[in-house]
Design a protein around this ligand. Sequence first.
Ligand code: KIV
Length: 258
Amino acid sequence: MNKKIKKILKKKNKSKVICLTAYSKNFAEIVDKHADITLVGDSLGSVLYNYDTTRKVTLENMIEHSKSVRIGVKKSLMVVDMPYQTYQNKRQALINARKILKETKCEAVKLEGGFKIKSIVEYLIKNKIPVMGHLGLLPQSIKGKFKSKGKTEREKNKLISESKLLESLGVFAIVLECIRGKTADLITKSISIPTIGIGSSAHCDGQVLVTDDLVGLNSTSIKFVKKFVNIKKEINRGIKKYKLEVLKSSFPSKKYSY
Ligand code: KIV
């Protein structure tokens, strides 16, 4: 087993797993210093391309961004989302997962779903592809509004069973998106691999956020997003100063000229 994955597994019940997204080298360099997992998420579709759904993200999009991220990731585990319709059956999933691993040099892939993708996850893991799971709100499957999951007894039991199933198939961690706190707690206590929450309470073994959201580069009103810093303000300040100096002809001075 990959050493970084072993380290992540050992964090269960000891310390929190930190996961953050990156879509390019410059962000990856910063994220890598702090994260256990750097995720090239297909959220890049909405964050960078303004798509109304992650379904529009292609395998080529993911591979190109991941190549850039790879340059910046040195110590964390690099995981890449398999985009919509790239894992419709076992053989297609294996071809695409191998392509992602080979071309981006990432260490694992993430797939959305539980019971529906059982045979696919099983086949990937049998063929030595490390897989991270994703349950709860599944952006590749939703039509319409974002709704929280795990509210009813039926939903709760299904999520617990799916988590246990993914664990038994050999996934090394599961992202729990928008799952009610109590249900996320129950899932976390029912399995021995880490759960990584997003909008699913602090009961999870770790947390993930879209980095562009938490640093205030991407404007969003999603409930689970906390803006920890407003980097947009700082960028604006720098650019304003640059513009002013260019307009005054004080930049470039001799120091910055040949
Ligand atoms: O696409 C993504 O960035 C994700 C995380 C937010 C979990 O799947």
